[in-house]
Design a protein around this ligand. Structure first.
Ligand SMILES: Nc1nc2c(ncn2[C@@H]2O[C@H](COP(=O)(O)OP(=O)(O)OP(=O)(O)O)[C@@H](O)[C@H]2O)c(=O)[nH]1
Ligand SMILES: [Mg+2]
Ligand SMILES: [Mg+2]
Length: 314
């Protein structure tokens, strides 16, 4: 027989769960993301124009700030579920969730708030690793939005849009700051000089006046940062087999972001059944990590080299 104390506690919990207040749940909006669509969360720094000024970011690009953004995005990818890739530039990062993800039953608010809070806390947490001589003066914030894309073509176009935005802004900013820093123009004069110019004109100014070939500027500034999952070394292996990355990837790597695909062969002790002594055996383990690339994602090459990212379009 059940003890009366225990059963009455169960009964009272059930009554509580169906209290007269339960109806307020009906006020919660349904924000389920449409099934089988790619879910994108894009985060963007709040008022980073001011934040960059206050924290003495290098103009037009601050590698410390961009590397910190990428560190935060890698943390988001590692801590959250089902993110297949991310793309970042300036003060923004986009995270692409698996089409079939059922994380938090695909609720947009859960995707967005988890990404934004994880990203913002990581930004503060890792700040000192990137800005050694610059204190963090006030807490930064990031806004977020969720957009769903129904096909592989639309998600590719979304990412192309962000990378094209990176290119347009970076080309403009590179010339703009050259005119100010090297030719001592005021911001208003630099803006006037660039009014109505096309990309070719800006390239020409850079080349003829500053001897800069825009294509030789760092890929991270021109292309932004793509994060994809790669098998790589995490702990020191006893023996390792290095699988070389594809030739086109090699070109787009920054040395400090280099990765090696490594099949780890670790030593592990196991006890065969019936035996008291353990035996050392070698086990193979392949770990994956979000790895940074600074390559073109607008053309087909990237998608052909990484067919696993978008899988089938069904
Ligand atoms: N100097 C410098 N500034 C940067 C860098 N990255 C981002 N920023 C600044 O951050 C701004 C980001 O632009 P937006 O996101 O459009 O504008 P915002 O000021 O953040 O305003 P909201 O996003 O609307 O809150 C740029 O305009 C720059 O002023 C960098 O590497 N160096
Ligand atoms: Mg911003
Ligand atoms: Mg922005």
């Amino acid at each position: 027989m059940l003890s009366t104390g225990k059963s009455s506690a169960v009964i009272s919990r059930n009554v509580m769960a169906k209290s007269k207040f339960e109806y307020v749940r009906d006020f919660e909006a349904d924000d389920t993301c449409l099934a089988h669509c790619w879910v994108v969360v894009r985060l963007d720094g709040r008022n980073f124009h001011r934040f960059a000024e206050k924290h003495n970011f290098t103009k037009p690009n601050d590698s410390r700030a961009l590397d910190l953004m990428t560190r935060c995005a890698q943390t988001v990818m590692t801590e959250l579920e089902d993110i297949v890739m991310a793309y970042g530039q300036s003060d923004e990062y986009s995270f692409v969730f698996k089409r079939k993800s059922n994380w938090f039953r695909r609720r947009a608010s859960k995707f967005m708030t988890n990404a934004a809070s994880q990203f913002a806390s990581s930004y503060v947490f890792y700040w000192k690793d990137y800005f050694k001589d610059q204190d963090l003066l006030y807490p930064p914030a990031f806004d977020g939005r969720v957009v769903v894309y129904p096909s592989n073509q639309t998600i590719k176009d979304y990412l192309s849009w962000r990378q094209a935005d990176c290119h347009v802004n970076n080309l403009y900013n590179t010339v703009f700051w050259m005119l100010i820093q090297r030719s001592k123009l005021t911001p208003a004069q630099a803006q006037e000089r660039l009014r109505g110019t096309l990309a070719a004109d800006k390239n020409e100014i850079l080349f003829s006046e500053y001897n800069i070939n825009y294509n030789n500027e760092p890929p991270m500034f021109r292309k932004g940062t793509v994060l994809i999952w790669k098998k790589m070394r995490k702990i020191k292996p006893l023996r390792s087999e290095i699988i070389c990355p594809k030739a086109s990837e090699k070109l787009d790597f920054l040395p400090k972001c280099s990765y090696k695909s490594i099949k780890e062969i670790k030593s592990k002790e196991i006890k065969p059944p019936g035996e008291t002594e353990g035996k050392q055996v070698e086990v193979t383990r392949i770990r994956t990590k979000p790895v940074a690339l600074h390559c073109d994602i607008i053309g087909d090459t990237f998608w052909k080299e990484h067919p696993e990212i978008l899988e089938d379009d069904s």
